[in-house]
Design a binder for this molecule. Structure first.
Ligand code: ATP
Ligand code: MG
Length: 408
């Protein structure tokens, strides 16, 4: 027995009252059987979109062609999709056409993995035509039908399979695994956005190393990141990503650092190109590139003065992310612990690190007669002075020093 939210029961009721079949289906059935709260409840029915539309007050047609209507109810929305059979796939991405069907069997058959291909209705109970429930207990990711054909139809399924293996900590069935390898090149046809979505879910899962290792062993990393020349990566290096807190920028940078950790490889530039290709937002692209660039300098930093220079460049928040990354990567190596200690001291003593921390403003400098580019130059000089000696961060002292800067 699955306990359904009231809204969902209401929607199923209306459809059934009007003589239709209606079930919850896919991810929500899988998650409930695993004892997890589903993110959203998807409904499938034999009623066609036009008919579904006529039963509810507030609806949005998300894709009539694909048979999906969104029903808005009490501030939530529920996707109702008509039973569907997919037509031929000619581009490894999406079906050329879809056909509505009156059989739930057709709809379950087109779904990607057995654990995602179960439906449930309060009257009928669980409809599990492909052993999804058994595979949930066996902790197995297995395609519905012939894995090779299913990946030929839609290559994104390869990455979805790896994502589910990573999120659920499941194994990939042997045939499905072989088909992932055989069809990996097709991932080149998938858009950056869709790859990004799956990669993010892998990185934010409890054990991203499961997904990353799978991508490594199947040769998918090389397909997704052709910029990186190495064929395989070190297992223990990959496993360290699990130890990073689940922050997307941090884990993404951790992954990129492993991928670009090669002699002569400009890590920041390569990372930037990869993230742009995967359509990451500007903030993430800039953030990761700046962390990768700073990562390359960390080994050379030996003093509080030098560390402040780096914090000034990338900001306090990113500097902390970077030091956490360094600590995890080196398994709390001596130098990483030393730098983290320095960082904490700098912050706990509220020592000045950037322009905002100076006890003097641009306005003060203008009043003292500085103009244009000289203002910036003077500020840089003052920052380095207070980096060395925080005690000098007093307005009178700084104003006095300005005069000397000008004299030079
Ligand atoms: P999540 O918890 O991440 O939302 P989900 O299983 O609900 O996981 P969705 O992307 O929301 O994933 O898709 C809902 C359902 O649609 C899946 O459970 C699966 O049955 C089916 N599905 C989604 N994408 C595909 C695909 N590319 N090929 C075949 N079936 C798919
Ligand atoms: Mg879902």
């Amino acid at each position: 027995m699955i306990s359904l939210p009231e809204d969902v029961q209401y929607i199923l009721n209306i459809l059934e009252k009007n003589g239709h079949e209606a079930y919850v289906v896919g991810g929500c059935v899988r998650d409930t059987l695993l004892g997890k709260e589903p993110e959203d409840w998807d409904i499938t029915t034999d009623a066609v979109p036009k008919t579904v539309n006529s039963y509810f007050d507030k609806t949005i047609e998300v894709g009539r062609r694909f048979g999906t209507v969104k029903v808005l109810l009490n501030g939530h929305d529920y996707e109702i999709t008509t039973f569907r059979r997919d037509g031929k796939y000619s581009d490894s991405r999406r079906p050329d056409e879809v056909f509505f069907s009156s059989e739930i069997r057709d709809d379950l058959k087109r779904r990607d993995f057995t654990i995602n291909a179960m439906a449930y209705g309060p009257e009928t109970g669980l409809i599990d035509l492909f052993d999804g429930k058994k595979h949930l207990t066996q902790e197995k990711i297995m395609c519905v039908g012939d894995a090779d054909e299913r990946f030929q139809e839609d290559a994104l399924r390869i990455l979805r399979g790896i994502r589910f293996a990573s999120q659920l900590q499941f194994k990939v069935d042997q045939k499905t695994y072989s088909a992932m390898i055989a069809n990996r090149e097709r991932l080149r046809d998938i858009s950056g956005e869709r790859i990004q979505q799956e990669l993010n879910k892998i990185l934010l899962s409890i054990k991203p190393s499961l997904g990353i290792s799978l991508m490594d062993r199947t040769g998918i990393l090389t397909v997704l990141f052709p910029e990186c020349r190495r064929i395989t990566y070190k297992k223990d290096q990959i496993e360290r990503i699990d130890l990073l807190e689940p922050d997307l920028l941090l884990r993404l940078t951790g992954l990129l650092h492993i991928l670009t950790d090669e002699k002569d490889m400009p890590a920041a530039e390569t990372g930037r190109a990869i993230l742009k290709r995967l359509r990451y937002d500007r903030k993430t692209v800039i953030g990761a590139a700046s962390l990768l660039k700073a990562r390359a300098c960390l080994e050379g930093i030996g003093s509080s003065f030098e560390l402040k220079g780096l914090i000034k460049e990338i900001g306090k928040e990113d500097a902390l992310l970077l030091l956490k990354l360094y600590e995890v990567e080196t398994l709390k190596g001596i130098h990483a612990v030393f730098l983290k200690g320095l960082y904490e001291d700098i912050l706990s003593r509220a020592e000045p690190v950037d322009y905002k921390d100076l006890d003097i403003s641009g306005k003060d400098l203008i009043q003292a007669g500085f103009k244009g580019h000289d203002i910036k130059k003077a500020i840089e000089t003052l920052i380095r002075i207070v980096h060395k000696d925080p005690g000098k961060n007093k307005k009178e002292i700084l104003l006095e020093m300005i005069k000397n800067i000008r004299k030079r």
